[in-house]
Ligand binder design. Sequence first.
Ligand SMILES: C[S@@+](CC[C@H](N)C(=O)[O-])C[C@H]1O[C@@H](n2cnc3c(N)ncnc32)[C@H](O)[C@@H]1O
Length: 324
Amino acid sequence: MSLHPSDPPPQHALRRRALHWLGDAIHAQETGGLSWHWSAFRSRKAWQPTQAAIERFLLSQKYPFEELLLIGGSAGWMMSSAWLQQFKSIKIVDIDPLASLFFRLLHGQALKSSETRWSFERRDALQELPTLLKEQPKALVFFDNVLGQQCFRLKDEELVERLLRQIKVTLKGRSWGSVHDVYSGPIDEVLSSPSIKPTLITPSQLKTFSCQFGEMRRDLAQKAPPSRGNGTSAQPHSGSQRDGEAETDTHSDTDTKPEHMIINGERKNFDDGAQILLQAVNATGEWKDHLSVEVFAPDTPSVLMPWFFKPNYCHWLQAAMVFE
Ligand SMILES: C[S@@+](CC[C@H](N)C(=O)[O-])C[C@H]1O[C@@H](n2cnc3c(N)ncnc32)[C@H](O)[C@@H]1O
């Protein structure tokens, strides 16, 4: 072994790797880790309706795949055992070193009974996507609630948008799917009772929307200022703050957004479509844009599912499959 004069001493490299491992175990670069496992464990009941919606979506897909490459699978807190059981083999790739331990607890028994082989690798699946695709040329690829988290990890809007836009290009010729956050923000819990507003979606009356986002277009008008109160004028907008953290924004930049949305078969301009999503969950205040609206090609049929993450905080998840 030869050491370059500028190489750090081996004990430093080892220490750096150990710290990296520990950091990923604790918070997975702000996208998961022990903090995610703890929240998910405590919220199992509250998240069940969204988990059921994800399961319905996954089980409604018909395809002949035997292998699955599951990216950001973590412990699979929101994942369907019944869907996983349809595969002969699954490779889970996640940066969280403890993910496989919890995955075994949640899905190990079910996968044993379906004789599904599974393995885990701790890798940066987004950086190594081309290599992973070569290693598993026949696998269906599924991004499991990971793409909407990249804004927390990379903290650079342009970089995140470029990374997420590129994924479908890298996956050309492959069958793949994703479920990810598109928008999230505060909701007015007090009013979220169906007896007050029958059109409201609540955890006990969870409804999903079919949705297609149109081509992106640059809107030269200034962004509307954020507002608080009745939720009707809540605005999704981008930024890297976590749930509930305030963000300062001058709102003077140009806004890039889909030129239309088709929600439940009805074509709307983006702002009207966004208001439908926000009002459906009684949104209030400022919402966060997870910069993931270009993950799928324009007009890809998808399903939008509300995820009542906390009693006063909701996410809209988008799920779609692309078969090639
Ligand atoms: C919100 S959690 C996913 C939850 C998981 N789907 C579940 O149901 O429990 C996001 C996961 O993505 C992983 N992750 C984030 N960026 C990643 C990357 N570049 N490569 C691999 N895994 C990543 C995190 O470690 C975390 O486990």
